[in-house]
Design a protein. Structure first.
Length: 251
């Protein structure tokens, strides 16, 4: 390797080099050579290894994202939920799971087509959630969010009201821009607002991921049966059933 080749090999920071040192050492041992050759080999191998590692990390990140909304996906959510459940058990810090579901989503697809429905789904990514409390798309028109901090039910109520106000204002503006794709559609069947249903569950140390998610999901189903567009908290009973309590009711 000559001096010109040496110049084009970027310098690798020590903190980054430590990440790939085992790989670099194997390459260096195979190539051998004098001190200068080994030094240049280390730099080249370290740079190539870091580039590959960054690419893998980028691919893994994309594998945890929903391509339509740009939000995290169900796979990420389930991993994050298990991590936060373990943390909550260890620290006793409250953990809430919020299940979010569009109301009457089929009507949007009927009136505006699937491309219009996609635009409506994308509106949820614009909600004012904290960066460390990302909303994830669980599938279809259903989403989830984990709140792992010293939050109270009142904190959640205020946050969700803010979500409802934004989806109503921003979403309704979007509806006016979408063309109808179904001819002779009854005007009553054309949605003129966007609303969301919320089901909330508070983590209990006895919960499994399945039971925790189910309680929030059941709370959302309760809201659907009871009029939609509000929020209910799912609460375990000593008998093993789930009771529901309204947190927000926008009527």
């Amino acid at each position: 390797m000559n001096d010109t080749e040496q110049e084009v090999i970027p310098t690798v920071k020590l903190s980054e080099y430590r990440k790939v040192r085992p790989i670099v050492k194997k390459v260096e041992e195979k190539i051998g050579g004098d001190a200068k050759t080994r030094r240049l080999t280390r730099r080249a191998a370290a740079f190539a290894s870091l580039q590959m590692q960054r690419k893998v990390e980028e691919l893994e990140e994309h594998a945890l994202e929903d391509s339509l909304t740009g939000l995290k996906n169900r796979r990420w959510f389930m991993q994050e939920m298990e991590t936060k459940m373990a943390s909550s058990r260890r620290t006793n810090k409250p953990l809430f799971l919020i299940y979010i579901d569009y109301d009457d989503f089929k009507k949007y697809n009927t009136a505006f087509g699937h491309s219009g429905g996609d635009v409506i789904l994308q509106q949820i990514a614009k909600l004012p959630f904290r960066e460390d409390e990302s909303i994830a798309r669980l599938g279809g028109d259903e989403f989830g969010q984990l709140i792992n901090r010293e939050a109270t039910e009142e904190d959640l109520r205020v946050m969700i009201i803010r979500y409802q106000e934004q989806i109503r204002e921003e979403g309704n503006r979007v509806l006016t821009t979408l063309p109808h794709v179904t001819e002779n559609l009854d005007p009553k069947e054309v949605p003129n607002s966007i609303t969301l249903t919320f089901g909330v569950a508070k983590f209990d140390p006895s919960d499994s991921p399945k039971s925790f998610l189910k309680r929030a999901n059941e709370a959302a189903h309760y809201v659907k049966r009871s009029g939609k567009n509000f929020v209910a908290l799912g609460i375990n009973t000593p008998e093993g059933s789930i009771n529901f309590r309204n947190l927000v009711n926008n009527g």
